[in-house]
Design a protein around this ligand. Structure first.
Ligand code: ADP
Ligand code: S3P
Ligand code: MG
Length: 184
């Protein structure tokens, strides 16, 4: 992690990146950005409409552009979409510019949280459990590669998750300062 004052949230759909991200930003009094919301604001349509016109490939290109721009900002909390880590450029941008938090929870919990969802095209399948299992198998190594810190967002109260992330972020900043103050 650079000394950059940014916190980025990664992890599978439904783990709570958007929810926790908003609370972190409120606690820090920093601006909050959600890459999905920025894409929707730019295009004027929702994520399922982008997928239907441009496919996942078109969505990924838009997501990469947004993450590229947002990662140039300082002092922000950003919730990414669950598939943001698929693009190597995004992984580099996240790792280089902020403290990356990998939120995870059980597939059962994700299914419960997203059972009435209409905004996640990748879950519009006959077998969302199977889809989530496949996505997790593909993406877990990428989330792990990017992450400075991993926390279960399915068991602990949201408030505790937020507090723990803030403590870890602070500790990482202090480590960074300690190393930087000691000449090689
Ligand atoms: N800690 C939590 N406890 C209960 N429900 C939650 C929690 N975190 C998120 N949710 C709910 O789960 C759903 C998905 O959360 P969201 O923050 O959108 O996840 P993500 O951005 O990772 O896809 C939302 O309906 C949200 O209200
Ligand atoms: O996992 C994915 O590939 C996606 C996750 C979604 O964001 P959330 O993780 O916030 O649901 C959104 O970016 C899009 O539907 C694709
Ligand atoms: Mg989200």
């Amino acid at each position: 992690m650079k000394p950059a004052a940014n916190i980025y949230l990664i992890g599978l759909m439904g783990v709570g990146k958007t929810t926790i991200g908003k609370q972190l930003a409120r606690a820090l009094q920093w601006p909050f950005y959600d890459s999905d919301r920025v894409i929707e604001e730019c295009t004027g349509v929702d994520i399922p409409t982008i997928f239907s016109y441009e496919g996942e490939e078109g969505f990924r290109m838009r997501e990469q552009t947004v993450i590229h721009h947002l990662s140039a900002l300082q002092g922000i909390v950003m919730a990414t979409g669950g598939g943001a880590v698929l693009m190597p450029e995004n992984r580099t941008a996240l790792k280089e510019n902020g403290f990356v938090v990998y939120l995870h929870c059980s597939i059962d919990k994700i299914l419960h949280r997203t059972k009435h969802d209409t905004q996640r095209p990748l879950l519009r399948t006959d077998n969302p459990r199977q889809r989530l299992q496949t996505l997790l198998a593909q993406r877990d190594p990428l989330y792990t590669e990017c992450a400075d810190f991993k926390i279960d967002s399915g068991v602990l109260p949201t408030k505790t998750v937020v507090k723990t992330i803030l403590q870890q972020y602070q500790a990482a900043l202090e480590d960074h300062d300690r190393i930087a103050s000691c000449t090689k």
